[in-house]
Design a protein around this ligand. Structure first.
Ligand SMILES: *[C@@H]1O[C@H](CO)[C@@H](O)[C@H](O)[C@H]1NC(C)=O
Length: 297
């Protein structure tokens, strides 16, 4: 009887959980297959928020498009002030949306704080070989270096997602996230070649991130997970049955976006700034000439 009850409880569908409860926090840094994990969690029935909410394949993207802007701005403030509490109103909003799983930045930057806030939530720490992680992180986040930091002006673009790379607060947010991983050089403006030390700092940051979570989260609440292991360890950890469909793999989105897009972004960005500077130049020289003539006459 007790066993049957236990089994029933263990196999209870995810939707039976009380609403507004964060059950899973994926605290692995960006470029550790967080997109695949988001899709896997979604398929397991979790209402998943991936990063700021931009991923088009995750249903929440359509349900709550306001999240991208809301989360980005709050994350920027909270990382700047190094104050997790800045995110609390946004988390309340996310809970009202009945989200049950948080994945990727800014959440991964706050794995320890989120564990304190939601002590019953399970923490999934996605990992991979650190050198391949570094390569992937650099390819992805180096585009955060295309905009000069404030007070340089910015395009007021927050949507659709790929164009957010032209949006200063978003780029600043990337810089701050990278700073926390000691990957400052990747997003510094103007873009530059990385030294061995830059790379080593970043690799150390990656390892420190893992250590920090290992030290803060009890073993039974923490899964250190390589996505290549597939459903088994994930489902065992979450206490849900292994589904009979294949584990979702997702990286094509970022491939298309990041390998073709940046060239266009760069051209657009610098064309825009170039035109503004040219205009300023003409206005200034025109005014100066006028002044000079007035003086001469
Ligand atoms: C959240 O869950 C509650 C209770 O099931 C439901 O009444 C509410 O409509 C849900 N809200 C959203 C935004 O899904």
């Amino acid at each position: 009887m007790a066993l049957a009850l236990l089994t029933a409880l263990l196999l209870a569908p995810v939707s039976a959980w009380p609403s507004g409860q964060i059950r899973v926090i994926a605290a692995g840094v960006s470029r550790t297959s967080t997109q695949s994990l988001s899709l896997a969690l979604t398929r397991l029935g979790y209402k998943t928020l991936h990063a700021e909410g931009f991923h088009p394949k995750i249903p929440l993207y359509k349900e709550a498009p306001e999240l991208v802007d809301m989360v980005t701005k709050a994350a920027l403030k909270s990382l700047q002030a190094e104050d997790f509490n800045v995110l609390l109103p946004v988390l309340a909003h996310i809970e009202r949306l009945n989200v049950t799983a948080l994945v990727d930045i800014p959440w991964s930057a706050y794995g320890v704080e989120l564990h304190e806030k939601y002590p019953n939530a399970k923490i999934i720490l996605t990992v991979r070989d650190k050198h391949s992680w570094f390569q992937s992180y650099w390819e992805h986040f180096r585009w955060g270096a295309i905009l000069p930091p404030p007070p340089f002006p910015s395009f007021p673009i927050t949507q659709p997602f790929p164009l957010t790379v032209l949006y200063q607060p978003f780029v600043q947010y990337w810089r701050l996230v990278s700073q926390r991983l000691q990957c400052t050089a990747i997003t510094s403006f103007p873009p530059r070649m990385l030294s061995r030390k830059d790379k080593q700092d970043c690799l150390d940051g990656f390892e420190m991130h893992i250590e920090r979570l290992k030290n803060a989260v009890p073993l039974e609440s923490l899964l250190i997970y390589n996505i290549r292991e597939g459903w088994d360890p994930l489902c065992r950890f979450l206490g849900v049955p292994v589904p009979d469909f294949p584990f979702p793999r997702e990286d094509s989105y970022s491939m298309i976006h990041w390998k073709v897009g940046p060239v266009i972004f760069l051209v657009v960005v610098y064309l825009f700034y170039g035109l503004v500077l040219l205009l300023l130049h003409f206005i200034l020289t025109f005014q100066l000439r006028k002044l000079w003539r007035q003086k001469r006459d």
